[in-house]
Design a binder for this molecule. Structure first.
Ligand code: OOG
Ligand code: NI
Length: 408
């Protein structure tokens, strides 16, 4: 009987390897890690609050895939690491031609072992209006294989045998890491790249390269306002608006801020070395996580956020947000009594359950902040969760059901 490496352990190794790779490729990310770890240290010291060891390694990443087949295989690769697709995010209403899910561990035990999660988007070919270009995109993507033969073989072994041994687990981590790597060489000519980018810059990012390079890796901070202030002090080009709810005593959901994408040197097909092309893809982001909201709490959140967004443009957005959220209770007992948050019974009373997912409005803001100058796109409202799930090869898990189970 071979002894298998736990999926939690494979996930932790993969997340660490990805973080090392990204740190080497994107120096800004190393700065973010330093800032976040300093801030977290200070908050822990000042509040005396105990946070599990998961916080020190907590990250989420994001990738964008081109085809249903890539998504289906990626789901199998994540399954090796105990990560399931949770939630459906439709980005089309925000003018981004993708729909997405988040691959993440789902049990309390697995989250405590390592909470690594990946926001994973799939290009919606049906939203490419130009028919000839849509066909070309299909043909370009059909020619690429984003997984190495070793990775495919090890996924299959895991499925057949029910796990991977030590050597196989390490080989799997190394092989899958290659899929997330940045490639300087594009797979298309500069002319094709420009036609793709003219349709939508994100389409060029998804289609013109060998694989779905990881585009950011986000550490979790205990105080995003402090971390944001520290960024500005260090001259980092942060977005001026934090996405999500305002500062509160009891944090809810997710607050995020991101930093401008890097301009990368790339080489298009047929280009000489000295004709370096340019592409912007990879960026930095930090986030603070708060309590998971019940459907009732989420409805209130969505209503107040819309109120702030539609409010008087003469009032600064931050003020509108604070004013709107005055209607959202801000102490654990009231939040619990009114059924707005999920809680578990801890040693010292009710403890909010941490939100482990993403927010489509914030995600759209993150996409947009890295597409400055991109025209507004109107893709209408037709959501297609069924199409996404058919591509995925299974249904996505409902996040509310997971929180409800943890709250029992
Ligand atoms: C993903 C954007 C979404 C977040 O934190 O909401 C995201 C992307 O740009 O590919 O990562
Ligand atoms: Ni993100």
């Amino acid at each position: 009987m071979p002894s298998f490496v736990e999926s939690n352990v494979i996930r932790a190794r993969f997340a660490a390897a990805l973080s090392d790779m990204y740190r080497a490729e994107v120096p800004l990310y190393a700065d973010l890690l330093t800032i976040v770890s300093d801030v977290n240290e200070r908050v822990r010291h000042d509040t005396g609050a105990a946070y599990g060891a998961r916080l020190d390694v907590e990250r989420h990443g994001a990738i964008r895939l081109g085809t249903a087949q890539e998504l289906a295989t990626m789901a199998r690769a994540f399954a090796v690491m105990g990560m399931e697709p949770v939630g459906y995010y439709d980005l089309a209403p925000a003018g981004v031609p993708v729909h997405s899910t988040a691959f993440r561990p789902v049990t309390e035990e697995a989250l405590a072992a390592n909470p690594f999660r990946v926001f994973c988007s799939l290009l919606r070919h049906d939203l490419i209006a130009d028919e000839a270009l849509r066909a070309e995109v299909g043909a370009i993507l059909a020619r690429r294989e984003i997984f190495s033969p070793e990775a495919l073989d090890l996924i299959l072994r895991d499925e057949r045998n029910g796990g991977l041994d030590e050597m196989q687990a390490d080989a799997f981590v190394a092989a899958l890491l290659d899929t997330f790597r940045w490639h300087r060489d594009a797979t298309v000519t500069v002319e094709t790249y420009q036609r793709l980018a003219a349709q939508h810059r994100l389409i060029a990012d998804i289609v013109a390269f060998k694989g779905p390079h990881i585009n950011h890796l986000t550490p979790r901070t205990l105080d995003i306002d402090a971390a944001q202030a520290e960024m500005l002090t260090r001259g980092i080009d942060a977005k001026d608006q934090i996405e999500g709810p305002p500062t509160r005593k009891v944090p809810i959901l997710l607050r995020q801020t991101s930093f401008k994408a890097l301009t990368e040197v790339v080489r298009f097909v047929g280009q000489e070395d000295d004709q370096a092309g340019r592409h912007t893809a990879r960026f930095g982001e930090i986030e603070q996580r708060g309590a998971a909201l019940t459907p009732k709490g989420r409805a209130l959140y969505d209503r107040l956020l819309a109120e702030a967004q539609q409010g008087d443009a003469a009032t600064p957005y931050g003020d509108r947000l604070t004013a709107a959220f005055a209607a959202f209770p801000d102490d654990v007992n009231t939040l619990r009594r009114e059924g707005l948050i999920f809680v578990r019974e801890g040693a010292t009373g009710p403890e909010p359950i941490t939100y482990e997912d993403f927010l489509p409005v914030s995600a759209a803001g993150i996409f947009q902040s890295n597409l400055s100058g991109e025209a507004q796109h109107d893709y209408g409202q037709a959501s297609s969760q069924e199409v996404f799930e058919a591509a995925l090869g299974r249904a996505v898990t409902d996040p509310f059901a997971l929180y409800a189970a943890m709250a029992e």
